[in-house]
Write a protein that binds this ligand. Sequence first.
Ligand code: JFZ
Length: 433
Amino acid sequence: MRTKLFSLLLAGCLAFPVQAQQYQPSEENLKSRQEFRDAKFGIFLHWGLYAMLATGEWTMTNKNLNYKEYAKLAGGFYPSRFDAARWVASIKASGAKYICFTSRHHEGFSMFHTDYSDYNIVDATPFKRDVLKELADECHKQGIRLHLYYSHIDWYREDAVWGRTGRGTGRPNPQGDWDSYYAFMNNQLTELLTNYGPIGAIWFDGLWDQDGNPDFDWQLDGQYALIHRLQPGCLVANNHHLTPFAGEDIQIFERDLPGENTAGLSGQDVSDLPLETCQTMNGMWGYKIDDQNYKSAKELIQYLVGAAVKDGNLLLNIGPQPDGELPATAVQRLAEMGEWMKVYGETIYGTRGGCVAPHPWGGTTQKGDKLYVHILNLQDKALFLPLADRKVKKASYFVGGKPVKFQKNREGYTLLLDEVPTDIDTVIEMELD
Ligand code: JFZ
C-alpha cells in the first residue's frame, strides 16, 4: 500500500514537474502580456554568419558543412554598413512595436558578446562590435521593444546533444554533454537578460529537433524560472509547434495564422495565451540572395489584419544582408505597411479579436463597444454579420466617416455598402450597445 502510494506520488511529480505546476505569472508578466497583445505587429530579424552564404539559415546542416570550416566564416564577417539606428528607424516606420532578433541561431554563432564562448561577433570577427548591444540601445532610445530569439539547437558545439538536424557537421560526439550545454545556455540567457536592458521576450526554437526522442528532457522549467527571475516581465515563448507548456507566456505559430495549418507546422490547439504568428516577407528567414519572391504590400497588410481578427500578432521576418543592410525591397514594404498603419492603426493596435468570428470575407477587431469590421475579400455590396444578441447603434466607413445603412434581421445585421469593396481592407466602424 505504502509503495503504491509512493509510486502514485512519484508518477504525479513526473507528470507535473514541480515548477510547471507552480507557475503563476507575476503581475509584471501579466502586464507585459497585455502590452504584447496591444502591440499586434513585430519584425523578426534572422541574422548570423549564414547571411554570407546567402542561402538561408539552414545551409550549415543542409549542405553538411564541417563545423570547423564553417566557423572560418567569422574571420571574414565585416558588415560594414550595419547601422542599428537606421534598422530601428526603418522598422519603426512600418508601425511595428517590437523587434525579435536572433541572438544565436542553430549555426551556434553568438551575435552578441558572450563570456562563455569565443565564437561570437566581438571575439571572432574583424568587426568586433556587439551588434546586439547597438541594437538594444537603439531600440530603447527609439522606444521599441526588443525580443530575443534563442536556439535550443547548436550545430557547432561539441556538447550539444544531436537531434535530427546538424548530424553531418563533423562533430565527434552525438551524445554531447547535456549538463555542460544546459549550463552554457543558461549562462548566455543570464547575459542576455542582464546586459541589454529590458527584454520583452525570449523566443526559443529547436525543441522539435528531438521529436524522434520524446523522452528527451530539455529541463525547460529551470530555464523558464531563470528568465522570470531575472526579468519578471520577460515573456517566455517557444516555437515547439505544440500546445503551450507551463511557464510559457505566449503561444507561437509558424507560417500560419492561429487555427490554420497550410504549412504543416501548426496543428496544435489555440490556447488562451497571447498569440503570435511568424511569417516570412519573401520565402526564407535568413538572407537568400536569389529569393526576390516578396509578398506584396497588400498581402502583408491583409496578413497582419488576418492575425488581428484572429486575436493574434504578426511577427514578420526580414533577413539582413551580409553587409549589414536590410534588403531594399523589405525596407520598401515596411514603409508601405507604415503608410497603411498610420491611417488604420486605431483599428488594429490595442484591439482584440472581435465578437464576429473570422470569415472568408475578413473578420472583426474590437475595443470596448467599438467593433471594426475588416472586409478583405467580398464580391457583394451586402454583408451579413451574425450579431443577434447585440444592438448596433451606428455603422460608418472608418475612413471618411460616411454612414453605412444596415438592416436588422433575426440572426443579426446586414450592412448595405455603397459599392463592392475594392480596398486592401475596407473598414466599417460599428458602435454596439
Ligand atoms: C524554425 C527555424 O528552424 C527556422 O530557421 C526559423 O528560425 C523559424 C522561425 O523557426 O523553423 C522550423 C522549425 C521546425 C522545422 C522547420 C523549420 N521542422 O520541424 O522541420
